[in-house]
Design a protein around this ligand. Sequence first.
Ligand code: GLN
Length: 200
Amino acid sequence: RKKIGVLALQGAVREHVNAIETVGAQAVVVKHVVDLVDIDGLILPGGESTTMRKLIDHYQFLEPLRAFGQSGRPIFGTCAGLILLACEVVGYDAPHIGLMNSVVERNSFGRQKDSFEVKLHAKGIGEDVAAVFIRAPHIVSVGENVEVLAEYDGRIVLARDGQYLGCSFHPELTEDVRVMKYFLMMVEQNGEKCCKSDQL
Ligand code: GLN
């Protein structure tokens, strides 16, 4: 069973743990840097990106998180997690973790639409994928090799850059676990790559 960690400094951790177990992987609650050693993939949950960043700095997680991604292991950023993962955040001089080749803007979906649920067509994932948006960011633009997987209201809300997956919404707040299944597939394929090169 693949082990998928959830960064548990702040935000929607429990719901991700449930979704991970539902798709048949083992969930690991990541509270300390050492917890990163033994996991095959990592989820950066939704919450408040500025608060999460403060805690990341406090627990000296920033470099270990960068190294985790650069080691080739998949990372999935949801909502605030997407903001942490992006290489550029509109209005900020520097990114947070800065791994996913994309520009992200915070709080993109207007006041009256602070929180809402829609169904999305997501490439390679399915039709009518349930997506809950809560003061959600959106992806303004993506780099060359980044695959746009879903848009809503003319804006990119789900994209994949190699081992990095990012979405504007909260997939874990619905019963629909197809986006999590897709992430597990990324983790499994990454494992295959590792084993194959081990045999060389
Ligand atoms: N608005 C939050 C931020 O900027 C993200 C909201 C969320 O994760 N639901 O960090």
